[in-house]
Each structure stands twice: as structure tokens, then as C-alpha cells.
Design a protein around this ligand. Structure first.
Ligand SMILES: C[S@@+](CC[C@H](N)C(=O)[O-])C[C@H]1O[C@@H](n2cnc3c(N)ncnc32)[C@H](O)[C@@H]1O
Length: 220
């Protein structure tokens, strides 16, 4: 990594350690060549080797793999995630995506993670950031935590019946407010109250709820 980007990573890191959300975070990230942004983010957040999964991962649930920064940037821009949103990372691993989206947008971020030691790591990562929090458990059972969200992010945390269960848990929430579901590499089953945004990209899908009169300028 270029010396100037190494230095910018250290500067941003020290700001975060002081509990400051760097106002120029996005500019600093975008100044780094796309191919080096993942390494830059890992440096900023002090993330090392990929942690291994524990025995707590039920079958049908996907092991930890961080979402590439490029895909997260596109999700944030297409959703879009605004400072007034609550971003919920369904299957948040060590908290990288939730923290990154908070730093990029100022949105409150909530991570839901089934593997307890990842939750511990995520809480350590976000210790100084007041608007980022993590809950432990099977995301489909964390109805109260889901209920705070306006933008839901799924980097293929699970498949099959759990996805259907998650949509059932989100439906009552979508009756009270407009929600957006961003999926990376995860096709959703047919769902009568969601509309798929056309032509977003091969890996990213943006689904918008239609049950509530939208505050995002879309038809209810
Ligand atoms: C592919 S990783 C995505 C991590 C994170 N969203 C990111 O993009 O950096 C999937 C994560 O979902 C978690 N997970 C799998 N099934 C889950 C469930 N039912 N409830 C909560 N978390 C789950 C896994 O432990 C893993 O950390």
C-alpha cells in the first residue's frame, strides 16, 4: 500500500479510537485505489487474519466472510443509506460491514450475529462508536432488534427456510414503515410485498417494501 494511504489509514484509525467519526471518511476511502480499499479498511479497523468459525453455526447458516468494500459502497449508494436510517446487518460477523456503513453514512448501525465470539469481537471493534451496536442470536428470532431497522443488509448469511422466516419477521415491520432490503449474492424467494429495483447489478439486489405509504417517494 502506498505510504500516503497507509498514513491516511493511521490518521482515520486514531480518530475512531478517540470516538470521533471522521467527517472525511468517505473521501479518505475513495482516495485509495479500488483494489486496495479492503486492505485499507482492515488497517483502519485493526482487523487481521480472517477469524475461524466456531461450533455455534447451525446448518443452513453461512460462515463468516467479510463483504467486499466495493459491494458495500454500491449497496450504500443504491439503497441509499442516509444518516437518518438504521442499517441492520443480518449476520454481522466481526462487525466490519456495520462499522463501515456507519462511518460512511453516519447512520445508526445494528449487527445481528449468531456466533457469540464474533459478537464479542464486533463490540470491541465498535467500543468507541456510540451509534453502532450488536446483538447475539439467530437473526430471525431477534424481532425487537429487527424492528428498529430501515435498511437491511444481507451478505448471504443463510439460505432456505431461514430467509422465508426472516421475510415473515420483516413483514409486520414493513407495515409500519418503508424498508429496504439489500442482498449481495442472495436471491430472495418471491415475496408479494417487495419490489425489486431493476438493473442494480449482477451481485447486488435492492428490494423495497410496498406495504406502507413510503417516505422514500415510492408508490405504496
Ligand atoms: C457471509 S458472512 C457476512 C458477514 C458480514 N455481514 C459482512 O458482510 O462482513 C455471514 C455471517 O452471518 C452469520 N450468520 C449466519 N447465520 C446467522 C443467523 N441465523 N443469525 C445471525 N447471524 C448469522 C455468520 O456467523 C457470519 O458471520
Amino acid at each position: 500500500m502506498d505510504e500516503s494511504h497507509r498514513k491516511s489509514a493511521e490518521r482515520v484509525r486514531s480518530e475512531i479510537e478517540r470516538g470521533v467519526r471522521p467527517p472525511s471518511f468517505r473521501d479518505a476511502l475513495m482516495a485509495v485505489p479500488a483494489s486496495e480499499r479492503d486492505a485499507w479498511v482492515d488497517r483502519v479497523l485493526g482487523l487481521g487474519e480472517l477469524p475461524s468459525d466456531g461450533p455455534d453455526l447451525p446448518s443452513g447458516c453461512v460462515p463468516y466472510l467479510p463483504c467486499p468494500v466495493d459491494a458495500l459502497l454500491r449497496a450504500v449508494d443504491h439503497a441509499p443509506v442516509r444518516a437518518s436510517d438504521v442499517f441492520v446487518d443480518v449476520g454481522s460477523g466481526v462487525g466490519r460491514a456495520a462499522v463501515l456503513v456507519h462511518l460512511l453514512t453516519g447512520a445508526r448501525a445494528v449487527g445481528l450475529e449468531i456466533q457469540p465470539r464474533f459478537v464479542v469481537a464486533a463490540r470491541e471493534l465498535a467500543a468507541r462508536l456510540s451509534r453502532v451496536s450488536f446483538a447475539e442470536g439467530d437473526a430471525v428470532d431477534l424481532a425487537e432488534r429487527l424492528g428498529v431497522g430501515s435498511v437491511f443488509f444481507l451478505y448471504c448469511p443463510f439460505g432456505g427456510e431461514r430467509v422465508t422466516k426472516l421475510l415473515s419477521a420483516l413483514e409486520p415491520i414493513a407495515r409500519t414503515k418503508a424498508i429496504t432490503i439489500c442482498c449481495i449474492d442472495l436471491p430472495l424467494p418471491p415475496c408479494s410485498w417487495l419490489v425489486l429495483e431493476p438493473s442494480v447489478g449482477p451481485d447486488l439486489a435492492i428490494h423495497r417494501s410496498t406495504l406502507h405509504l413510503s417516505d422514500r417517494g415510492l408508490p405504496a
